[in-house]
Ligand binder design. Structure first.
Ligand code: PRP
Ligand code: ZN
Ligand code: MG
Length: 222
């Protein structure tokens, strides 16, 4: 879909916690999305823009590189990318009011906890190693970060690490795994993000129109 260079490219999560609400927001903004099952891209019928359905961890890269001029992604994913890649070629245009969750330190519900000093040099399993390391460094805590790509909540039971740091929304996953939250490291929600690079006039116009429409949708929800 790079052949027609005047179209805008919008990256959204293919499946996962933000996928459905990202599509709904664009529909509420008046965009008619062609819904092809399993399609990785979708043409917007009434707007010079194409949707790219991708993994949320890839959205910061696509937007920073300018492959997609706009994206909808969790601010936690953006922050992890910024710290990991030292790349801030993106600009957050607006929080979107959905996908709220928090990156929290947690441990066995039965464990004793008086505060961060209790971490000592313990291991912490997480899928957000850069956010966690940044947090530890700022507080001069010598704990060790163990990176896991999923099922982080299993780490304490498997003996991988007594602590985890993972996203908490309802808290049901922590509870189901016999864990309890101890500290909040980062509050997250879905944000609209654009590439920092300059756009040609046509695409900038398209982006302005889309951002205005999204702003209108958000205003009705306040
Ligand atoms: C997150 C997180 C927990 C779960 C917490 O996973 O890793 O597993 O959500 O939500 P809860 O507090 O409502 O139970 P997500 O669904 O984002 O998938 P992922 O782990 O594959 O990224
Ligand atoms: Zn295209
Ligand atoms: Mg998970």
């Amino acid at each position: 879909m790079r052949t027609d260079d005047s179209r805008l490219h919008i990256a959204i999560q293919k499946s996962g916690r933000l996928a459905e609400q990202s599509r709904r927001l664009l529909r509420d903004a008046g965009l008619r999305l062609q819904e092809g099952k399993n399609a990785l891209t979708a043409r917007i019928e009434n707007f010079p823009a194409d949707l790219m359905y991708v993994r949320d961890d890839d959205i910061p890269t696509f937007v920073a590189d300018g492959v997609c001029e706009l994206g909808i992604v969790g601010s936690n994913v953006l922050r992890e990318f910024e710290l990991a890649e030292r790349d801030s070629r993106y600009e957050i245009l607006s929080p979107l009011g959905f996908g709220r969750c928090a990156l929290k330190l947690a441990a066995a519900a039965t464990s004793d906890w008086h505060g961060l000093a209790d971490l000592g040099e313990a291991r912490i399993a997480t899928s957000y190693p850069h956010i966690v390391r940044d947090f530890l460094e700022q507080r001069q805590i010598a704990a060790t970060v163990v990176t896991m790509n999923g099922a982080v909540e299993l780490a304490p039971r498997l003996g991988i690490a007594p602590f985890i740091c993972d996203l908490v929304s309802t808290g049901a996953t922590l509870e189901a795994n016999g864990l309890r939250p101890l500290e909040t490291l980062f509050e997250s929600e879905a944000v609209l993000v654009r590439t920092r690079g300059a756009l040609d006039e046509a695409r900038q116009e398209t982006m302005n129109g889309l951002v205005r429409r999204i702003g209108g949708v958000l205003a009705t929800k306040e």
